[in-house]
Design a protein around this ligand. Structure first.
Ligand code: BTN
Length: 339
């Protein structure tokens, strides 16, 4: 099997070197120290550092001091995520890539090949990041979190829309725990900070008529994007958690906390069903109580007041007094200005 550059740097001794450098922020680690710790020759250390640099990791070789990883918070270190995780299922196996087309496509391939539930694919950048409704998801390197989680829930395929809410609640919990941010949720799958989109979710499923084979929970969170990093032609107001919190976010730490929070929500969902998830989502909802327009496939769709979500995760819209419509899919805009 030929390994890609990305696989080479994220496995074995290259990954261990990255780990050692990430654990020493602002301080170079000497080649001698690395070769002693990892049982490698100096030449082998040098070769692996060269591979890491080629893969885009910001490593500076400092004459007679060693190697320094600059901007360690910008680097996702898989073994650090594994060390931080407390969850039981999510993150059992983590595959970390420097660049890929789409982590959802990679995760689906791994799921087809039998990867266990909880396997996570994370990439530093995506060249064909997929958004909802065939749109593109901006995925530059060194900035954000792009990850896809394989789950194999024992629920009928009709209930799959429930699963999006687990990821969005996990993002809210992680942002609240680590940054004290109070995010809100826009049906069906947007996460907002200060009314602007900071994360999006794209679930993809493989199922038979009565059974789910697997679901890929695709999660994209804008972490360290600055205002000028966003393309000017975005169709909605966007932000990042660093813009909102005024802090640079450690991507590894955020990834680990997010996966832990997802593990907790998935566990609760399996034990208690959708009701606690629905209740928590309603508390954070940006949509409920507002006058909305829901369009689908470019159609004008329905207009009314959003009153909640039902037991299947459908949006309930009161279109005229006493008349409630159930919306299963669509794009919500708040009448009179919106995210
Ligand atoms: C949206 O709001 O339109 C959904 C965006 C989902 C983006 C994530 S990034 C990780 C995963 N891989 C993809 O190609 N898409 C999802």
């Amino acid at each position: 099997m030929t390994r890609t550059l990305s696989e080479k740097v994220h496995t074995g001794s290259a990954a261990a070197i990255l780990d050692a450098l990430a654990a020493s922020p602002g301080e170079p680690v000497s080649g001698g120290e690395l070769s002693r710790r990892l049982g490698l020759s100096r030449a082998a250390v040098w070769k692996r550092v060269a591979l890491l640099k080629e893969a885009g990791f910001p490593i500076v070789s400092m004459r007679s001091h060693g190697y320094l990883l600059t901007g360690a918070e910008g680097v996702i270190v898989p073994s650090r995520i594994e060390a931080l995780l407390k969850g039981k299922v999510i993150g059992g196996k983590i595959i970390c890539l420097a660049e890929t087309g789409s982590t959802n496509v990679d995760a689906a391939r791994h799921a087809e090949e039998g990867a266990p539930e909880g396997t996570v694919v994370i990439a530093d950048s995506q060249t064909a990041g997929k958004g909802r409704l065939g749109r593109r998801w901006e995925s530059p390197p060194g900035r954000n979190l792009y990850c896809s989680v394989i789950i194999r829930p024992f629920i009928p395929p009709q209930k799959a829309p429930h699963l999006t809410f687990l990821s969005s609640l996990a993002i809210c919990d992680a942002a609240s725990d680590l940054l004290g941010l109070d995010l809100s949720l826009k049906w069906p799958n947007d996460v907002l900070a200060g009314g602007k989109k900071c994360a999006g979710l794209l679930n993809e499923m493989s199922a038979e008529s009565d059974r789910i084979r697997y679901v890929i929970l695709g999660i994209g969170v804008n972490l360290n994007m600055s205002t000028t990093d966003f393309p000017p032609d975005l169709r909605y107001p966007a932000t990042s958690l660093s813009i909102e919190s005024g802090r640079t976010i450690d991507r590894t730490l955020f990834a680990a906390r997010l996966l832990d929070c997802l593990d907790r929500w998935y566990d609760r969902y399996r034990a208690q069903g959708f009701e606690p998830v629905r209740t928590a989502w309603m508390k954070r909802s940006w949509t409920v109580g507002k006058r909305v327009r829901v369009s689908h496939d470019g159609e004008r769709g329905v207009t009314g007041v959003a009153t909640g979500i039902d037991e299947m995760g459908a949006l309930l819209v009161e279109t005229s007094p006493g008349r409630i419509e159930r919306i299963l899919a669509g794009d919500v805009t708040i009448s009179g200005g919106d995210a």
